[in-house]
Ligand binder design. Structure first.
Ligand SMILES: NC(=O)c1ccc[n+]([C@@H]2O[C@H](COP(=O)([O-])OP(=O)(O)OC[C@H]3O[C@@H](n4cnc5c(N)ncnc54)[C@H](OP(=O)(O)O)[C@@H]3O)[C@@H](O)[C@H]2O)c1
Length: 301
């Protein structure tokens, strides 16, 4: 059965990946963005979604500049909390469910193992605070909601760590990367496939409350930023491409406006049990992304 998915944040990593995946998975994806749909202009939201006539709405738009958010927390709240709530309310007005993307940065990182959905949330960055407020706003506005907390997102496009490392590998002899933050790299095209799977599940059984609520959705396994960089540079070396020297450093040696959790590993067992969805091992997904990014254009294509 073909389904219609309206997704906000048209130019973002997750929305672009969803738009690519849709036709392959019998889903019509309608990407929406500013000025047609602006999370800071709530009056634009319901009319834009109504025109899209979706079976389900995915809110992938967000204020994602984690460090910048420390300087403009109200803007982060307006987009990530008030805006997200308005998207969920508009979906409710259309009598359709909403899938909201959230983040591992709702946790403070003090746990020594991977976080489950019921763990205490205690964000300490303005971004994390705004995304947690978004979870609450979405849940309050639309009973038919799924909140997918993801982490360390990367794609062959957009702004992300993998593309930054590839660019630095071209221009620098040495790259310093923090080694004391641990998490789960997540490949946006796999988030997209998972979103379509979750959407199908909730649309085919709308009276089942167990399918709704908060779920963790991240690449399988765990790593540190430095180890992730090492895996990227090892790939480059194997391809005979230039790679820099990698120097692992501590977070204290790389101060940023926003403090990040030392541990934001996500336990994704609930998503597997309830929705039957489990993402591949992060290292395999990274290889797929790097193949795509480093592939020489085929002159016959
Ligand atoms: N990236 C990560 O590592 C990460 C980790 C955990 C969770 N998440 C969550 O996953 C979701 C998707 O992230 P992503 O990496 O795909 O984000 P992204 O690439 O930064 O894209 C976010 C999109 O939101 C759009 N946007 C920003 N303000 C808007 C507004 N007022 N109205 C409408 N659109 C607006 C941006 O538009 P412009 O392109 O025009 O600026 C951008 O295209 C977000 O909810 C994010 O919080 C991301």
């Amino acid at each position: 059965m073909s389904i219609r998915i309206a997704v906000t944040g048209k130019h973002g990593q997750v929305a672009r990946a969803l738009t690519e995946a849709g036709p392959l998975l019998d889903a019509v994806v309608i990407p929406l963005s500013r000025p047609e749909l602006d999370l800071e202009a709530p009056e634009t939201i319901e009319p834009a979604l109504r025109r899209a006539a979706p079976d389900i709405v995915v809110n992938a738009a967000a204020y994602t500049a984690v460090d910048q958010a420390e300087g403009e927390p109200q803007k982060a709240i307006a987009i990530n909390a008030t805006g997200a709530g308005a998207v969920a309310a508009a979906a409710r007005a259309l009598a359709v469910p909403v899938i909201q993307l959230s983040t591992d940065y709702v946790f403070d990182g003090s746990k020594t193992s991977a976080y489950v959905e019921e763990d205490r949330v205690a964000p300490f960055s303005a971004y994390g605070v705004s995304k947690l407020a978004g979870e609450h706003a979405v849940a309050a506005a639309n009973g038919e909601h799924v909140i997918l907390r993801t982490a360390w997102v990367y794609a062959p496009f957009g702004k992300n760590f993998v593309r930054t490392m590839l660019a630095l590998a071209q221009s620098r002899d040495e790259v310093r990367v923090v080694a004391d933050q641990h998490g789960c790299p997540t490949y946006a095209p796999e988030i997209a496939v998972a979103i379509i799977g979750v959407a199908r599940n909730i649309l085919s059984n709308r009276s089942e409350p167990l399918l709704r609520g908060i779920f963790h959705l991240a690449g399988n396994g765990e790593t540190s930023w430095a180890h992730l960089a090492a895996a990227i540079f090892a790939f480059l070396a194997k391809q005979g491409l230039r790679k820099p020297v990698l120097t692992p450093i501590t977070s204290a040696e790389y101060p940023t406006p926003a403090r990040r959790p030392a541990n934001s590993r996500l336990d994704c067992g609930k998503l597997a049990r309830v929705h039957g969805i489990k993402l591949p091992f992060w290292h395999d997904s990274l290889g797929i992304c790097l193949e795509r990014l480093t592939k020489k254009p085929n002159p016959e294509e």
